[in-house]
Write a protein of this length. Structure first.
Length: 163
């Protein structure tokens, strides 16, 4: 378990020592983040344990609600969860990333996994979803694998689930 301070250091030069890094960019997601985190934290299974074979990185993207607090609570109670703060956006003419890509890049730079899985904070992952996606990528020798959430009715207010 870890949580970073604002003076976080990112190091992308180290060799990956985990199979997977799950990265969640999150901005003002207090309504959905706890459910998303619960679904991802439940992905640990024998041979695929959080903190041993994979990690979870939540990148707080300048939230003004309790998003960071929710993520920090998960980090305090689960080995292998890291909370980062995305750096301020450079909105000058020669600026770099903007919006969600800034948070995704921040997470990718801190990641220790050989594979990166980016997911939104308003999704729910089904049981064994993450390990199943890794096996699928391996089986097809895929460098990139993209999954779409199961569709839900916006009128129902339900959160998309990933399959």
């Amino acid at each position: 378990m870890s949580d970073t301070d604002p003076a976080q250091e990112l190091n992308s030069t180290e060799a990956p020592d985990l199979e997977l890094s799950v990265i969640i960019p999150a901005r003002n997601e207090q309504r959905s983040l706890a459910s998303c985190l619960a679904s991802i934290l439940s992905q640990s299974e024998p041979g695929f344990l959080l903190g041993q074979q994979w990690e979870l990185i939540v990148v707080n993207d300048d939230s003004t609600d309790s998003t960071r607090t929710i993520a920090a609570e998960a980090a305090a109670t689960h080995e292998g969860v890291l909370v980062l703060d995305a750096p301020p956006l450079d909105l000058s003419a020669n600026g770099g990333f903007t919006g969600k890509t800034n948070a995704c890049w921040t997470g990718a730079q801190a990641a220790r996994g050989r594979n990166l899985l980016f997911t939104d904070a308003d999704t729910i992952h089904e049981t064994n979803d993450i390990s199943r996606s890794l096996r699928e990528a391996d089986r097809h020798n895929a460098a990139l694998l993209s999954y779409s959430p199961a569709k839900s009715s916006p009128a129902s207010g339900s959160t998309p689930s990933c399959r």
